[in-house]
Design a protein around this ligand. Structure first.
Ligand SMILES: Nc1ncnc2c1ncn2[C@@H]1O[C@H](COP(=O)(O)OP(=O)(O)O)[C@@H](O)[C@H]1O
Ligand SMILES: [Mg+2]
Length: 311
């Protein structure tokens, strides 16, 4: 029997619906359940063929458990090795190389020295920074946001150098990026599953939280939607994520990708709505079953092949 497990945190609607959907598909020899963890022994198989991971970014113990499980041949959605290695600034740079439109973005040194370090630890940094040149490259308005953030935490919109400095002063030891603000007309949040299936959700980040997923979207130019679909696949294939959301802010018909490192994207029924929820539950269920039933490539126990993920 092939076993699919769902590992999750505080969310309530998606994990149960996913387990129910997979079992409801009645694929012979495949069953799904919530992951159960007892003792975790090195190099021991975890008992699951596939794990859908929704929470290891918040629980280091789970991340370590998943890496150990991968050694035993478990396919993990998403690959914990790559997820551990990734950051948003690298993603912006990679996307630029791939021809996806990204607003000009810079990486900034920590405002306060990371715990346990002093100014002696950062003597390689040129000080003071040439802020005029940075502001000229990025432009205003701009967004100051963490290089590994999520859920709008520590995101600041700044319109002037003064506003920038007062926001930067509040960022403690976080590693931040500064990115040109896109003056967008359209905004899309897209689910991407299996690095292939794209579900475009018109989204209004300026609306109150419960009204953000636009119920009656206008008709969009087919070329725009085609480009969004293509960029979604390009990004997720390059990043290796089997489940991700990619957010685009569209200015003058150009979709700028601004947020696409979301390997445990919000999939709560009450925020995304029934139709989006049904799509994500069905598509992830099909992917998990596919991963559970396709032949594995066999692990070579090398960091580079683990990063690559299976198959
Ligand atoms: N470059 C940008 N241009 C316009 N709006 C932005 C930009 N960057 C962030 N935002 C706004 O801030 C919100 C949160 O930023 P985002 O990059 O999505 O981080 P998070 O991972 O926290 O969701 C976005 O949904 C968008 O409304
Ligand atoms: Mg976002």
């Amino acid at each position: 029997m092939k076993k699919i497990g769902v590992l999750f945190g505080m969310e309530n609607t998606f994990p149960g619906a996913l387990v129910e959907r997979i079992n409801g598909m009645k694929v012979s020899g495949v069953t799904a359940e919530f992951v159960q963890i007892a003792d975790v022994r090195m190099a021991a198989p975890c008992g699951y063929d596939v794990i859908v991971d929704r929470i290891s970014h918040d629980i280091p113990f789970y991340r370590a458990y998943l890496k150990n499980a991968a050694l035993g041949g478990t396919r993990i959605i998403n690959n914990p090795f790559w997820w551990s290695a990734d950051d948003k600034f690298f993603n912006y740079a990679l996307a630029t190389k791939l021809g996806v439109a990204i607003p000009p973005t810079v990486l900034l040194p920590h405002k306060e020295h990371p715990t346990g370090t002093t100014e002696r630890s950062v003597r390689n940094l040129k000080y003071p920074l040439d802020w005029d040149s940075i502001f000229e490259y990025v432009g205003f308005p701009a967004f100051l946001k963490p290089f590994d953030g999520g859920g709008w935490r520590d995101v600041y919109k700044v319109n002037t150098p003064e506003e920038f400095f007062s926001a930067y002063d509040q960022t403690r030891t976080l590693c931040m990026t500064l990115q040109r603000g896109v003056n967008f007309k359209e905004y899309f949040r897209c689910y991407v599953v299996g690095q292939e299936h794209v579900h475009i959700m018109p989204y209004d980040p300026r609306a109150p939280f419960h009204e953000r997923y636009v119920a009656d979207p206008p008709a969009y130019a087919p070329e725009l939607l085609a480009r969004v679909q293509r960029d979604c696949r390009t990004l997720c294939q390059a990043l290796g994520y089997d489940l991700n959301t990619v957010e685009f802010a569209v200015e003058d018909g150009v979709p700028y990708a601004i947020d696409f490192m979301n390997p445990a994207p919000d999939a709560d029924l009450h925020s995304v709505g029934q139709a989006n929820f049904d799509w994500i539950v069905n598509t992830v269920a099909e992917l998990a079953v596919r991963r559970a039933t396709e032949p594995g490539s066999g692990s070579t126990y090398r960091w580079d092949s683990l990063l690559k993920g299976a198959p």
